[in-house]
Design a protein around this ligand. Structure first.
Ligand code: GN1
Ligand code: MG
Length: 365
């Protein structure tokens, strides 16, 4: 076993004897390991190095997570839920300092209970997306009355105006010498064409008619745990939980869940927006979220659907032009391919605008 990892694990208060530590999952931001324990009756754990370049204030991240998981845990307890450790993440305190993380040579680590028998998915069918919609709606609903003000763990994370200004800056400085590629210029034109309409959420926010609520802000399909019967157990990857427009959670799920292919599939003809997934997810989401959503939020769900592929296109292109500093890349063009994929998804979504509006209206009857 890696002695450095073993030493890190030993800084946490956990139960059992560690028998194995090996890499887990395929997150693009944090590094994750599974920590197995030898005893049958002790849980296994997940050890994670938090990327503090992406999350500059790890202490705030962990305070948010503590507030959110404790709040949900209390609600589940009040409901009499039995398998609580499968329904909400449980983080282990560090032996020293009493925090839910520890710092080793300037790197940040945390450890949580591994949810046994649970699966994550890279893709969903309409049944599981209905369940996912319900789960994310429910997640927002449960957190509607959280008594603390959460911090913004990545400033302006889903702020479209900010993401566009970031892109425009890198276009000006062109550090990787990629701006003059013809395909980049064509993509920039598509982006600028839509820039104003896509910043609608920030405008509505400034006008005071669109509220911020506690959101997950990374509702990718693979950030949800399912049991063998396809029931949603819980929502994971809570680093980005923060106040935001509800569009974030709704839109980002559809961005990944309703794309016919993965977000980095290089075959653009295959990128299609799946209306069956859209419908199932929307139905599930509105079922659990309609009790607190305002008309302005509901009416802008088609906008939210378009916004996230658009924003992700802007972010991937920004990273491509920056010289691939943010997302891990498997090949030189990876970020451009991702950006192009997201642009094609947006084009497909735009064709379904009227149908999306009609469907949402029919759910609200
Ligand atoms: C990142 O951490 P992960 O892989 O779940 C990113 C999301 C992007 C996503 C694109 C903190 O999510 O915002 O939508 O990649 N998270 C952060 O795959 O930037
Ligand atoms: Mg993830």
């Amino acid at each position: 076993m890696d002695s450095k990892l073993t030493a890190i694990v030993s800084r946490f208060a956990y139960e059992g004897t560690v028998s194995e530590i090996k890499p887990l999952g395929e997150g693009l931001i944090n590094d994750t390991y599974k920590v197995k324990t030898a005893e049958q009756d002790k849980p296994d754990y997940v050890l994670q190095r938090v990327n503090h370049l992406v999350f500059p204030d790890v202490d705030m991240v962990m305070r948010n997570i503590d507030a959110v998981t404790s709040h949900i845990r209390k609600k589940l307890e009040a409901e009499g839920v039995k398998d609580i450790d499968r329904r909400v993440l449980r983080f282990m305190p560090a032996k020293e300092g009493g925090k839910l993380y520890t710092i080793v040579d300037g790197t940040y680590w945390r450890m949580m209970v591994f949810i046994a028998g649970a699966i994550t998915k890279q893709a969903v069918n309409s049944e599981s997306s209905r369940a996912a919609g319900r789960a994310f709606g429910n997640f927002q609903a449960m957190l509607a009355d959280i008594p603390v003000q959460l911090g913004e763990t990545i400033k302006d994370f889903h702020n479209m105006e900010f993401r566009l200004s970031q892109l425009r800056e890198v276009v000006k400085s062109d550090p990787a010498g990629r701006v003059n590629e013809e395909r980049v210029q064509a993509m920039l034109a598509e982006i600028e064409k839509r820039a104003d309409e896509m910043c609608k959420a920030e405008r509505l926010g400034r006008e005071g008619i669109l509220p911020k609520r506690v959101c997950h802000c990374d509702t990718k399909v693979n950030n949800m745990m399912f049991d063998e019967q396809d029931n949603v157990l819980c929502v994971i990857d809570l680093d980005t939980v923060m106040p935001n427009f509800i569009f974030s959670d709704y839109g980002d799920f559809l961005r990944t869940g309703a794309n016919e292919v993965a977000e980095d599939c290089p075959d653009m003809d295959k990128v299609q927006f799946r209306m069956d997934i859209f419908k199932a997810f929307t139905e599930g989401y509105l079922e659990s979220a309609r009790s607190f959503l305002l008309p302005i939020e509901i009416e802008n769900l088609p906008y939210a659907t378009a916004l996230f592929p658009y924003m992700q296109c802007v972010r991937f292109l920004w990273d491509y032009l920056s010289g691939d500093k943010y997302w891990k890349c498997q090949y030189p063009d990876h970020n451009f391919v991702r950006a192009n994929n997201q642009l094609h998804l947006l084009l497909s979504i735009e064709k379904h605008w009227a149908e999306m509006q009609e469907f949402i209206a029919s759910c609200m009857k």
